[in-house]
Design a protein around this ligand. Sequence first.
Ligand SMILES: Nc1ncnc2c1ncn2[C@@H]1O[C@H](COP(=O)(O)OP(=O)(O)OP(=O)(O)O)[C@@H](O)[C@H]1O
Ligand SMILES: Nc1ncnc2c1ncn2[C@@H]1O[C@H](COP(=O)(O)OP(=O)(O)OP(=O)(O)O)[C@@H](O)[C@H]1O
Ligand SMILES: [Mg+2]
Ligand SMILES: [Mg+2]
Lengths: 256, 256
Amino acid sequence: ANKVVAIANQKGGVGKTTTSVNLAACLADAGCSVVLVDLDPQGNATSGLGLDRDNVESGTYHALIGEVGIKDSLLPTMYETLRVLPSNTDLAGAEIELVDHESREFRLREALANADVDVDFFIVDCPPSLGLLTINALAASDTVLMPVQAEYYALEGVGQLVRTVELVREHLNPELALEGVLLTMYDARTNLSEQVAADVESYFGNLVFDTIIPRNVKLSEAPSHGKAVISYDATSRGARRYRDLAREFLDRNRAI
Amino acid sequence: ANKVVAIANQKGGVGKTTTSVNLAACLADAGCSVVLVDLDPQGNATSGLGLDRDNVESGTYHALIGEVGIKDSLLPTMYETLRVLPSNTDLAGAEIELVDHESREFRLREALANADVDVDFFIVDCPPSLGLLTINALAASDTVLMPVQAEYYALEGVGQLVRTVELVREHLNPELALEGVLLTMYDARTNLSEQVAADVESYFGNLVFDTIIPRNVKLSEAPSHGKAVISYDATSRGARRYRDLAREFLDRNRAI
Ligand SMILES: Nc1ncnc2c1ncn2[C@@H]1O[C@H](COP(=O)(O)OP(=O)(O)OP(=O)(O)O)[C@@H](O)[C@H]1O
Ligand SMILES: Nc1ncnc2c1ncn2[C@@H]1O[C@H](COP(=O)(O)OP(=O)(O)OP(=O)(O)O)[C@@H](O)[C@H]1O
Ligand SMILES: [Mg+2]
Ligand SMILES: [Mg+2]
């Protein structure tokens, strides 16, 4: 219970939020209890599930600075067993504010330990950087799921991400393991996608999820309706692939 | 001369680097002298022009901390009048290192003022955040060019970007103006692109470039060959649109 999974990659626009929102929703739909932690000052995971970022009273920022407990900030969603710890622009100041804080890397870990919440999974959506917010997520997590867009620049950044995970494992969180690597925005018509997939598979072997997320316009339309893709268009390829991912994720976790 | 243009947007993956590299190359190809400043620890602009990030002796990081002058770190590219101030992973530590530094927001501005380099344009590729590196870029720039991906999450973030530019103008750089807003990865087959374009145009009016960059696979293939798209596939839609952008950019700048 209370397994914490960080969705992280410093490369921008690789599908971290899309994966966080849709994996969380599919797990909830499959009967799991889930809290989605929005650790990105952009607040896309918050609005992607139909919540109003501009009217958040307390959220992730307040949990990090220890002002409000996580339990008191959780917001319900249209999925009965999925709640969100929302983000707002206060979070943008957190990185600078936390720098001089004692145990600055463990603020999220401490907040989750004191959360007094009992769920199957915490899914943590990270911002596109390797700064203190993402370090907090990795220090607090049991595993990290890495979305890798099927593009050249995204492939280039994977090495830096792996080194950062190694450093966090050595100095901050010895239990941190890799949940898996997820190929996203895969376009079967281009050689580039095939080449990137081949490189990722040779680098990570069976840590790569069998499920590959294709480029699918329904995935980018769903957030404008404040819904996960399984509610926006359940028969779309995007919805079917994220359901497959949730099933594969659960198989890997039940096997433990 | 020496006009400084920041290419900025905290939303990840919206085409900042693709615009920096291709606008810089097209301007150089049209006879301008350009320095591309890679201010992103990912170093995508550096590798996108065929340079080796892992063998950078000195670059943007060293200029920010005042260790090496910009002129001594510039690297040549395949374009005669385009040079790069390269980035490497040292830059990842700069944000935390600069926090306690006096005049931490003006490190880049001071380095450019002392650069002893005479060019038409400095193009500054920013990381996907509104932290100290991007603030340094905005404090050092004459104008900011905002790439906005034709997607919902990218549209959501525009307000925060505009507010940050306003704050920098009020407190750090009263001369900072908007170079323009560039629509990127526009897919004419989807309603989403049309809706986002309409919203952006109603918000920014004639600050939106007439040139719209379409989604074009040649743009994402070019970096794996270390080339700008005009050299990778000169007849592609991606190459033609970035040439159009360079022409429109020069028209706006010559008119001044
Ligand atoms: N498989 C997909 N097919 C089509 N569009 C997608 C897909 N996955 C994500 N998108 C769209 O691509 C954009 C980038 O995805 P997303 O915002 O989830 O990435 P991110 O890694 O969270 O970005 P950031 O680095 O800014 O946090 C979004 O507009 C999203 O709607
Ligand atoms: N018009 C386009 N058509 C197709 N692919 C594109 C286009 N523009 C950019 N890309 C690809 O989309 C991805 C994101 O673009 P890019 O890396 O330039 O964005 P960015 O804003 O610099 O990202 P980051 O936030 O990580 O710095 C890259 O893989 C790039 O090759
Ligand atoms: Mg995101
Ligand atoms: Mg970039």
